[in-house]
Design a protein around this ligand. Sequence first.
Ligand SMILES: Cc1cc2nc3c(=O)[nH]c(=O)nc-3n(C[C@H](O)[C@H](O)[C@H](O)COP(=O)(O)OP(=O)(O)OC[C@H]3O[C@@H](n4cnc5c(N)ncnc54)[C@H](O)[C@@H]3O)c2cc1C
Ligand code: SF4
Length: 338
Amino acid sequence: MKPFSYARPGDVAEAVREVAAEPNAVFLAGGTNLVDHLKLGVATPDLVVDVRTLTSQEVTDLPDGGLRLGAASTNSEVAADRRVRERYPVLAQALLAGATGQLRNAATTGGNPLQRTRCVYFQDVTTPCNKREPGSGCSAVGGYTRYHAVLGVDAALPDPDAPGTCIATHPSDMAVALAALDAQVQVLGPSGARTLPFTDLHRLPGDDPATDTTLGHGELITAIDLPPLPAGTRSAYRKVRDRASYAFALVSVAAVVTDDGVRLALGGVAHTPWRATRAEELLRGRALTDDVVRAAMDAELAAAQPQPGIDGGNGFKIPLVHRTVVATLRQLTTEAQA
Ligand SMILES: Cc1cc2nc3c(=O)[nH]c(=O)nc-3n(C[C@H](O)[C@H](O)[C@H](O)COP(=O)(O)OP(=O)(O)OC[C@H]3O[C@@H](n4cnc5c(N)ncnc54)[C@H](O)[C@@H]3O)c2cc1C
Ligand code: SF4
C-alpha cells in the first residue's frame, strides 16, 4: 500500500477545503470500498480525509413530505427506517439486496452510490485498464464480460486499445432505486452548496472512463433527498445474481408505479444506473399488461450491444433484464389488484 496522510477535520467545510487544496486527496466514509482499493493499490491518494462522523447520520422528514438521508446514515439504518420501508420499499429492498449485514452496518448513504466498478481488471493492477490508468487500454473487451455493460456502449465492438474504451457497469443496488425515485443529491463543494438530480450524478465513460461522476474535486455529498410520492404509489426492487447470498447484480430493476406512469431504472447493464426513459414513455397512460411492457422493453433494449467474452459473453443480460422488468411490473400490478 502506498503511504498517505490521514486527516479528520472538525466540520464539513474544513473537510471540503482540505480535499480541494490537495489534488490527490479523497474523502473516506464507511471505507468498505475505498480501503479495499487502498490495499489493492487501485487507489493511491496522498491524503485521505475522514468524513464519517461529519455529515448527518439521521433520516429526517422534509417539509414537502419527503425524506432526507444524511450522508453518514448507514445502509442498515436507512433500510430499517419505518418511513423508508413504508413509503419507499424499493429503496429498502435494494439496500437489503446489497452486500452483507456487516457491510451494510458500515456502508453509508454518501459512499454507496460512489463505490467504484467491480470490473475484475479494474481491481487487478497488473492488467491494462483505462479507468484505473487512463490510456492503458481495456482488458475487459474480449475478456471476462459477464458483469459488463450492454447499454451505453458503442454499437460497434469497442476497440480494446482506444483510450476511451470502458464497458464496466456501476455496481450499486441503492443507486438503481435512487434513480427510479428521482432522488436529489445535496452537495457541498469549494464554490458552495448545490443540488443535483440523482440521475445526473453518474456519467457514461465517453472519452474519460476514469471519471465516474459529475462531482468536481472536493465536492462532498452531504445528504440525499427522497421526494414525496403520491398516495397509492407502489414500488419494488428485483435483483438477479449468481448466488443468493451476497453477490453483485447481473441485472436488477427498480420500478415505481404511480397513477401518472412508471419509473424504471436498471442495474448491472450500464456504466450508470440506467433510467429506462424510452420504456417509460411507451408505458405512460397504458394498462401494464405483459404485452405492453414487453413492447416497451423491446424499444428500450433496441440499442443494447452484447459483449462477446471468454466466459461466453453477456448477451444473456438482454433477455434477462427484459423478463425481470416484466415480472417486476406484473408483481406490482397484481399486488394493486389484490
Ligand atoms: C464483499 C462485498 C460485497 C458487496 N456487495 C454489494 C452489493 O451486492 N451491492 C452493492 O450495492 N454494494 C455492494 N458492496 C459495496 C458496498 O455497498 C460499498 O462498498 C459501500 O456502499 C460503500 O460505502 P462506504 O461508506 O463504505 O464508502 P467508502 O468506501 O468510504 O467510499 C466509497 C467512495 O465514495 C467516496 N465518498 C464516500 N463518502 C462520500 C461523500 N459523502 N461525498 C463524496 N464522496 C464520498 C470515497 O472517496 C470513495 O471514493 C459490497 C462490498 C463488499 C466488500
Ligand atoms: S471495462 Fe472499464 S474498468 Fe474494466 S478493464 Fe475496461 S476500462 Fe477498466
